[in-house]
Each structure stands twice: as structure tokens, then as C-alpha cells.
Design a protein around this ligand. Sequence first.
Ligand code: MN
Length: 331
Amino acid sequence: MEMYKKFKKAIDQAQNIVISTHLFPDADGIGSEISLCLALNKFGKNAICCNQERLLERYKYLDPQDLVIGLEDLEERYPQKPDLVIVVDTNTVYRTGERFREYVEEQGCPVFYIDHHPCAESLQDDNCIDTTAAATGQLVGELIKLLGIKFDQEIALPLYTAILIDTSSFRYPTVTAQTHRLIADLMDTGIEPPLAYNGIYGTKKIEHMHLLGNVLASADCNKSEEIAWLVLKREEMEKFNIDIEDTHAFINHLLILDNIKVACMFRDEGKQLKVSLRSTGVVDVGLIAVQLGGGGHSHSAATLINKSDDKSLEEIIKATVERIENCLSNV
Ligand SMILES: [Mn+2]
């Protein structure tokens, strides 16, 4: 069944709709839920966004109507029993958080997913999941158009931001003419790129520059210069007092190297090492991440590696780069 029909069928059977997204939500999750909520309310539904945690201060400019609440505020703000829960930007209720999952189970209502992350085909059949979509925001934008709801600036800014973030400013191979057509429709409401860009990126303090300087100084590459990496040490995170959120884009700096195929960032999380991978579009880093025990998109993926006491950080990084090299030579 085509996307829109599945979506329409799900919402036709519901009046009270709770929309949620994954834990530690990014601008794609948040932007998608806010715009969807505004559109569904315009469509005559009684919708609200509820995440396990309250919305972080930095995202509040995307939510002037205060539609995104934390689970602790749900009973007071939205006493109705939902007849549908829509989860955006992930395809398992487990990723919404333990307490939110319990809430959903207590309601016993259907859960509908709108997402672009890889998952089992049976799940894709019953939900709006398109793993080729540049962002969940793109799927939500298309669904809103098909609902016949006109974009206004309040709907457009969160969606524009969602797509901007998930494409790292329109640079990934997932960006299509269709993406830009939707962006054009969003811009027709009067929102402009600097507004969206500065709102989400132009928020850093000077400590951010100092940390970025240190991290960029750690840049290294393998012999062929096809794999390059950055290291984010725990001491540095603590010293500069930076949100992990703010370090996600550091890895993209590597993508301007001339021979680069795979960019990596190693972030020391104590017991584990988070390995983020980005591709210039030649190599599927989602497949490499699977080889390393993780997963993700073809252009952006990640895995966690357990640290052991008998190996130094440098040794683990060296071994991981070698494994990535092996993956490259096998394609
Ligand atoms: Mn996304």
C-alpha cells in the first residue's frame, strides 16, 4: 500500500493522537513531530507531542505553541486516552525510552511509525518507512501535503530544520530533486535559509571553538588517505563542558579531504568507544557499521566498541581502522 494510504488509514481511525520520537532526540525527530502535530491539529485531530524527556531549551524556538511535553507533564496537559501513538524518526518503541514504552503499552492503542532507518520488511509494509528518504522530516512534509494541509511558517521551519540537520546541510547522497522541491514549498511560506541555519547551528559558545580546535588537531588518516578519523577524548569533553549533541557535526570536517571515502570519529564514553562513520557517497558505511556490530544509513552510521583494560585507546583505534580498511578492500 502506498505511504499516504497507510498513514490516512491510521489517522482516520483516531481522534486523540500522541506523537513521540526517540530518546536524545535530534532536530529531525523534534522537527518532524512538531510539524506533524500542527498539521494534524489543523486537520481536526486532537494531537500532542510527548517525549520521555522534556524538550531541551535549545529546541524551544521550533515549538512556539509549546506542543512538545515531557512524559511527566502528560497527565496534566493531555488527560485524554490516545487512540493512536505515532512515533517518528525511529521504528521501535524501545527507542522512545523505557518509561514511554510502558506508557504506550498501558494505553494498548496502535503504534504507527514514520521513519527512514533500516528495519524489517514486514514493519515497512505496515508503516510509513522509507529508508531512502533524506530525513523523517521529508516523509512528514510529503504526508502533510497529501493531507491537503497548507504549509505555514510554523510548520515549515521545523521541517526545514529537520531536513537540514539530517542531510548535514544538503550534502548527502540521500538528497534528491524531490527533497529540494519540498524545500522550495517550505520556503514559499517565507522562511529563509539563514533563519533555519542560524537557529540550529549558530548557538555555540567560544569553548566550542577551542574543543573543535583540539579535536581537529587529532585528525589522522591511513596510508591511502581514504579513511580519516578524529578522536574526542573524555578529558576534553569535561574540560570544555560541551554537550555531546554539539560534537556530532565535527566528523563532517573530514569529508573535505581529497581522497576521503570513510570519515570516522572515535568518542571515548568510558567503558565504550562510540565510532561514528560518514561516507562521501562512494562507500556504504551502513554495511561497515554492521560488520563492526552497529548499523545505520549508507552515508551515516555508527557502532559501539567495548574498551578492554589491556588495550589502549590508540590500539583500539588502530585495530578498528584496520577492520574498516579490510571492509574497503572487499568491496
Ligand atoms: Mn532522521
